[in-house]
Ligand binder design. Structure first.
Ligand code: NAD
Length: 506
């Protein structure tokens, strides 16, 4: 099995344009969670080389910011073409390296294609403002300029899509990108870099060298990006623990950070909910990607009148959902990323039981031997929102709570440190609008009659509180990759001062 996965991964990498020397004989061991076995040894970036790469990106900025934005969009259009051509191979590599089931591996690449399409259109819509001036013969405007090098630090669970949310926007905004992917997923990063290199080569001489580059390694290499004043924008996706450190360090040098951190997402099931639809949505939201999405459904807050109709059926689905290898079965739930993730899951389940929780499922499933970690998703009926329910455990655990009135449900939903995503199931307009109002969900994302996960790229993506407050992807998220400039222009022959101030020098 090992050799099969390793050799398939190597074939895919070569097909996608990555030289074999980059992933053999290096110092960073890559394991496939499908079997737990080593599939590659990637060459890491040294500290001096990383500093040089950042310097080269800063040089590239001087040229790229002068290329007209719609022309910069053409590069992203070409990148979208490369991703379309490489979709099957890259999607498969995501499955081998992260363990996502096949349709989710492909879906991740589709999301990259979608954001490229979005960014191409955006390249002609980086609109500024015209503002009425209080002074005669004056014009007041606001325009957006490229910000500079964007450092992207990404997490293992969306190993390539997160780069594209940032990079597609950054490139059209006039910014070079230096990417530090998760040390658990360097192979898919190498593949994406090869596709980008091909798009840049097709684009021609207007693209400077080193426009998009890669730093391979762990946290120390990420820290170089975080601390370097030549990187005005750092977009960091990962745990709240990481974001707390990165946010502080970037702020210390007055850089800007876009933080996309952990979630603890809830859905409220109201008395008027369509329970068939709710069951399907809860199953995907809580068990899809083996519970390893930042938007995974982790808390289900169920009205007491529908609890007995819903929860036993959900427990039955949890007992029967297929858990298995993403490469030689059509199981819906694949492996956890590694043994540490499985241990964290077990620790949370023990803690939940100690707090009075009734645990259904959650045990280890032997699929491919001792080196891989597959688990039956766990449903945990909790008497209160205590202990592990208040934290993000990056595994398929769904805590279920009962409520009596909607105010109480919304208060429970909001009473956690994280604020990424949320949803409500129901058909009572008043309840739904209350949930969506300013006094409702406090999350960056609030959905109706669907789970909290599976966002489209058109909306701004991100969350509040310990999720970090950053926004990426669609809507006006592009503004974080540019700097705003206000222009006051006097086209008259006198010099009226604002606020009626007089300063006559005779
Ligand atoms: P992680 O925090 O362990 O690592 C994320 C990245 O940060 C890695 O590339 C890592 O090398 C780097 N890193 C860690 N410490 C650093 C430091 N001090 N300086 C610079 N870089 C540092 O996260 P993970 O386990 O890879 O991913 C899972 C977490 O990511 C979950 O909490 C999940 O909710 C979160 N996540 C959030 C979003 C979002 O958009 N909000 C998306 C995906 C994942």
């Amino acid at each position: 099995m090992t050799n099969l996965i390793a050799s398939e991964a190597h074939d895919l990498l070569v097909r996608l344009g990555v030289p074999a020397a980059r992933f053999t004989g290096g110092t960073l061991a890559v394991r496939s969670p499908v079997t737990g076995e080593e599939i590659a040894r990637v060459v890491e970036t040294g500290a001096d080389e990383a500093r040089r790469t950042i310097g080269e990106a800063a040089e590239a900025f001087k040229a790229w910011r002068r290329v007209p934005a719609p022309h910069r969009g053409e590069l992203v259009r070409l990148l979208g073409e490369e991703l379309r051509a490489g979709k099957d191979a890259l999607g498969r590599l995501v499955t081998l390296e992260v363990g996502k089931v096949v349709s989710e591996g492909l879906g991740e690449v589709q999301e990259m294609i979608d954001i490229c399409d979005f960014a191409v259109g955006l390249s002609r819509q980086l609109y500024g403002l015209t503002i009425p001036s209080e002074r005669p013969d004056h014009r007041l405007t606001e325009q957006w300029h490229p910000a500079g090098v964007v450092g992207v630090i990404s997490a293992f669970n969306f190993p390539v899509a997160v780069w594209s949310w940032n990079a597609a926007l950054a490139f059209v905004c006039g910014d070079p990108v230096v990417w530090k992917p998760s040390e658990k997923t360097p192979l898919t990063a190498l593949a994406v870099q090869a596709l980008l290199d091909r798009a840049v080569a097709r684009f021609g001489d207007d693209a400077p060298a080193h426009l998009g580059t890669l730093l391979i390694g762990g946290r120390e290499i990420g820290e170089l990006l975080v601390d370097d004043p030549r990187v005005p924008v750092v977009s960091a996706t990962g745990s709240t623990r990481m974001g707390r450190v990165v946010g502080e360090r970037v702020a210390r040098r007055f850089g800007k950070s876009i933080l996309e951190l952990g979630g603890n997402n809830a859905s409220i099931v109201t008395p008027s909910a369509d329970l068939e639809l709710t069951l399907r949505a809860v199953a995907f939201g809580a068990m899809g990607t083996a519970g390893q999405r930042c938007t995974t459904l982790r808390r289900l807050i169920v009205h007491e009148s529908v609890y007995d109709a819903l929860v036993p059926r959900l427990a039955q689905i949890y007992r029967s959902i297929s858990v298995g290898s993403p490469i030689d079965s059509d199981a819906l739930v694949g492996p956890l990323i590694d043994g540490a993730a499985f241990e964290a899951m077990q620790a949370s389940l023990r803690d939940a039981a100690a707090h009075g929780g009734v645990v259904h499922g959650g045990g280890r499933v032997d699929v491919n031997g001792a080196g891989s970690f597959y688990a039956r998703p766990a449903l945990v009926e909790m008497p209160a929102q205590v202990g592990p329910v208040r934290q993000e455990t990056f595994a398929p655990i769904l805590y279920v709570l009962k409520y009596t009135d909607l105010d109480e449900a919304i208060a429970l939903q909001n009473d956690v440190p994280q604020g990424l995503s949320s949803s409500i199931f129901g058909n009572d307009l008043r309840e739904i609008e209350q949930f969506l109002s300013g006094a409702g969900s406090d999350c960056g994302i609030a959905n109706v009659n669907m789970g909290p996960s599976g966002a489209e790229i058109g909306g701004a993506f991100g969350g509040e509180k310990e999720t970090g407050g950053g926004r990426e992807s669609g809507s006006d998220a592009w503004r974080a990759y540019m700097r705003r400039q206000t222009n006051a222009i006097n086209y008259g022959r006198t010099l009226p001062l604002a606020q009626g101030v007089r300063f006559d020098i005779g």
